[in-house]
Unconditional design. Sequence first.
Length: 453
Amino acid sequence: MPIIGASVKRKEDPRFLTGRGQYVDDIRLPEMLNAVVLRSPHAHATIRRIDAREARALPGVALVATAADLGEVPPIPIRLGPRPSLIPFLQFPLARDRARYVGEPVALLIAADRYLAEDAAEAVTVEYDVLPPVTSAEEAVRLTAPVLYDGSPGNVAEHLTTIVGDPERLLANADIRIRQRFTIQRHTGVPLETRGLVASHDRDTGLLTVWGPTKVPHFNRRVLADLLGLPQARIRFVEPDVGGGFGVRGEFYPEDFLVPWASIALGRPVKWIEDRREHMMATNHSRQQIHEAEIAATGDGRILALVDHVLVDMGAYIRTHGVSVPELTAALLPGPYRIPAYSCDIDCLLTNKTPTGTYRAPGRFEANFVRERMIDLLARRLGEDPAEIRRRNFIPPERCRFRSAPLHWVSRPSMTRATMHQPWTRQCRRLTTRAFARTNWRCGSGGVWSASA
């Protein structure tokens, strides 16, 4: 049967249309308890004291846990591009001495049902000393801004730079020079099904079963095993049906540790389902960038140089994606065009906002928006068809296997330097897995990179 151009019936639809799908909230286990996360109402505050005595005394409450109850649990590690310079900015499962964004987990409450757990959360008293918040990347980069982390000289978590050719010289001598500022607002994925977990620990066998982790189950199992001090063979992940993802599920969140930890501590199954308000505060955001871009071209519209200075709002912590989104922005900004000279400087900045991760074509959307708008502005200046300006600047077929500039990252405060060479191809036809296999490149998340350093 020919597939291309045909209407193919989906095999999975009857199960969903007849109500036989099973999502994480549909899972019911004997003696199951319910979890609620108490979250910070402040964007930036020192936690002076947490008094949970009243909450612990309520009928039906099985557990109230704060950071002190978790012991020496390490922070959640980075999955993509880990580097020592980012370790000070990683997130612990529960806030310790300071809350850095509205919605940061401060305490975990476990009760016989969700209603009792919510009542217990209201009975917890947290004394905060509210601190001045940093609310934008532009504010974070100022020398006078409040510093989110003690011991850090500022709020720059990482500085990235890439350069090829001599863009400043070409800008100075170009027939046409256009400068523009672009702002890209925050986004987050809002799937119909919010996040959720069910964890059940069998004390007889030592097996921990977790329903709900999706998209990166192998990484999440490895991290959970490390944080709990268990061998991976003692942890089983089960992925039920999923009501949408859009990138935000590809993460190890604090709740991914807290719920299994509680099940082990109590010896009973524990369920946590995120409500929509929590989702907007606690699930990864993405995209927020400010670009100061400049393009140089000849009188007939041939691009000579592209220069971009970028401020990226990373939120309050560096999560498992590290700084991969701004890295991808820098790597993909030139796009499929011949640009003899290119430079991009990026400051990855910490603010008192929800931490960020990936959302639908991370880094690509941001780079495509800035580049293509600059080309539109060039076409407008020349009074020509934007499609013709693009055609004139495309990399020709004979120059495919195009090589990009190296990406350098400069970490602060240590100012350690390293180089990540990121060659990628601008193929005129879609590359296949077989084509990659004929090269000595590796396929990494979000692109192709060389093994050399």
